[in-house]
Design a protein around this ligand. Structure first.
Ligand SMILES: NC(=O)c1ccc[n+]([C@@H]2O[C@H](COP(=O)([O-])OP(=O)(O)OC[C@H]3O[C@@H](n4cnc5c(N)ncnc54)[C@H](O)[C@@H]3O)[C@@H](O)[C@H]2O)c1
Length: 390
């Protein structure tokens, strides 16, 4: 019988009736027996109580989850956010936007590389290797983290060059953050990608739910992240949120080794030399998004009320174009731009990815709407980069 079901009084009475019968009903015996009986009854009741407490804490029932942060559930409080891999293409811009909303000290940037001085001056920055579970745990406790935005990853092209490392960072690292987010009741954001689809997926358009059989370790690790996050959500109630981003184009930070990087590098080369050698064929159509749209979609998803989310992983889209179409749009700013096409191993990856991304669920459920088309994107990129090259 489990401790929780012990009929304490009955058990203790039975024990002591037997004892009194065995040693005889002398006054001394009866008094001692009564005292011991009271003590044992109290101990049993305490044992029952602490056992029930352990059970309740293990099942994360809200009234007893005192070790879990509940700040994010309260209205009008600012979340404390940890961003892993924050010195990459997406992290620095996101930290700036979140700091403007929630205060500089509430946003903890982290990575495994040395940060430039302007990052150190802008707010908290710490070393955090996502493969080090204990260190991550300490950070979450010491900084009283509410949201975890998990950016650390090896991207598609780099991942293919070092599969064992990509498996460690993208899969083992994800297990660490997932488990910690569960333990400390964090809201967890993990980005996915168009690379989570493969040659067997419908490519034009690619809906939220369809066959996903990617052929890169990057894609495989992202499908794993999507599925594990959804599993933790349904099994443990983890507030897991995930967006599949298209290729992200930004001017202030360098791209991290993905297949869509050409769409960033073309702007630098247009302004620097007026000549660009593209590693993809001119007609390779891929979904893309300007960084401002990308970061806004992330913040809007994180702030969306739980009940509006019908899915835990959403496609978000903006535009789709080919290298030839992008070159034509860039020429409106740099008319002398020359582009040669010299496809390499990345062509095969691009050929297995979506051409047009369908994001109607994001638009319907939490009001997603992109702002940058191809012309707005080109103008923004040229404006950001021009000062560096003139
Ligand atoms: N950039 C895009 O076009 C794009 C598109 C779709 C999805 N995403 C996803 O968004 C996230 C961020 O992308 P990004 O472009 O900023 O990537 P990035 O490659 O520019 O940055 C990744 C960061 O992770 C860090 N990192 C590597 N190993 C680490 C470790 N062991 N511990 C902690 N940090 C480690 C790196 O130092 C780097 O700063 C990634 O998960 C990526 O898959 C990006």
């Amino acid at each position: 019988m489990p401790i929780s079901h012990w009929p304490v009084n009955k058990v203790v009475n039975k024990l002591f009736t037997t004892d009194v019968a065995r040693f005889g009903p002398s006054w001394e015996n009866i008094t001692k027996t009564k005292m011991v009986k009271t003590d044992i009854t109290r101990m049993c009741q305490l044992l029952k109580l602490s056992y029930a407490t352990v059970l309740k804490e293990r099942s994360f029932s809200p009234p007893l989850s005192r070790c879990f942060s509940s700040r994010t559930e309260k209205k009008n409080t600012k979340p404390r956010v940890l961003i892993t891999g924050s010195l990459g293409q997406l992290g620095t811009g996101l930290a700036g936007k979140l700091r403007a909303r929630y205060g500089a000290d509430n946003i903890i940037m982290s990575d495994i590389i040395k940060a430039p001085q302007q990052i150190l001056d802008a707010g908290p920055y710490i070393y955090a290797d996502i493969l080090d579970f204990k260190n991550l745990q300490e950070i979450i406790v010491n900084y009283r983290i509410d949201w975890l935005i998990h950016f650390s990853a090896l991207l598609s092209a780099i991942g293919e060059d070092n599969v064992p490392l990509a498996m460690r960072v993208n899969i083992e690292g994800l297990h660490n953050v997932m488990e910690l987010a569960k333990q400390y009741r964090l809201k967890l954001f993990v980005p996915s990608t168009i690379g989570a689809f493969g040659p067997d997926s419908p490519r034009n358009p690619t809906p939220d739910l369809c066959v996903q059989r990617p052929r890169t370790i990057y894609g495989v690790s992202k499908v794993h992240a999507e599925l594990l996050g959804e599993y933790y959500h349904y099994k443990y109630g983890l507030d897991f949120r995930c967006l599949r981003f298209p290729g992200v184009i930004s001017g202030d930070t360098a791209p991290g080794g993905g297949t869509t990087d050409y769409a960033v590098v073309i702007f630098h080369e247009a302004l620097r030399t007026g000549r660009f050698e593209c590693y993809l064929d001119q007609d390779t159509q891929l979904p893309m998004m300007y960084i401002e749209d990308c970061l806004r979609s992330l913040i809007e998803l994180m702030e969306a009320p739980r009940e509006s989310l019908k899915l835990r992983t959403y496609n978000v889209a903006a535009i789709s174009f080919t290298p030839r179409e992008l070159a034509e749009a860039v020429r409106k700013h740099v008319p002398q731009l020359e582009v040669v096409y010299n496809p390499d191993h990345r062509q095969k990856i691009a050929d297995s990815w979506p051409q047009v991304f369908e994001d109607k669920n994001a638009r319907k459920d939490w009001g997603w709407k992109h702002e940058y088309g191809i012309d707005e994107l080109c103008t923004a990129m040229i404006n950001v980069l021009k000062p560096y090259y003139s």
